[in-house]
Unconditional design. Structure first.
Length: 186
């Protein structure tokens, strides 16, 4: 049974929800899936020995989570030796584009590593979870971007069909790698 690792960082739960949705899709294709939250660094597995590694991070204040960046730095060599995918979750992604605001390029340039598959996925405005100050800041940012400023409820902008498509493409990475190994053996 092929093994997949999904490592993620989430502030208000949307990146966690996306990571678990991807895990469900991989599990449905007979993958043994380990999902690890960077908030618990003691339980973060080494990516060596996994057939597929997917890393996801929320964007907060224009940057990916420091714990994700540290994980990528620590295991860069192991990640280069396996099929890898990365998803970035932000409200900027709700406006479309492969790399809104250049978040992905900046991260990968700083690390000196690039995964085989990348996606920018729209997140959510979790107004009900924000403290007063963050709610105020996010409402101003949302207004400027044309998103909802109704703070009486949360607003999810994630396109779940795109998340499913990302999971499908991540599976293709493993199948492509298997085919290359088979060709090399012949």
């Amino acid at each position: 049974m092929p093994r997949a690792l999904i490592v993620y960082a989430s502030s208000h739960g949307q990146t966690r929800a996306i990571a678990h949705r991807i895990a469900e899709r991989l599990h449905a294709q007979a993958y043994a899936v380990v999902v690890a939250n960077t908030a618990d660094p003691v339980k973060l597995p080494n990516p060596a020995g996994f057939d597929l590694v997917i890393v996801g991070s929320r964007i907060q204040f224009g940057r990916h989570a420091p714990a994700v960046i540290a994980y990528l730095h620590q295991y860069r060599k192991q990640l280069e030796a396996t099929a890898t995918a990365f998803f970035s979750v932000s409200m900027a992604a709700s406006n479309g584009g492969d790399d809104p605001n250049g978040y992905l390029a900046a991260t990968f340039d700083a690390i000196g590593w690039r995964p085989q598959l990348v996606a920018a996925i729209a997140g959510a405005l979790k107004y009900r979870q924000y403290n007063f100050v963050l709610r105020f800041v996010m409402k101003r940012i949302a207004m400027a971007a044309g998103h909802s400023t109704d703070t009486s409820r949360d607003h999810v902008y994630t396109d779940w069909a795109s998340v499913d498509e990302f999971a499908h493409h991540a599976l293709d990475l493993c199948h492509r790698e298997d085919a290359q190994i088979a060709r090399a053996a012949n």
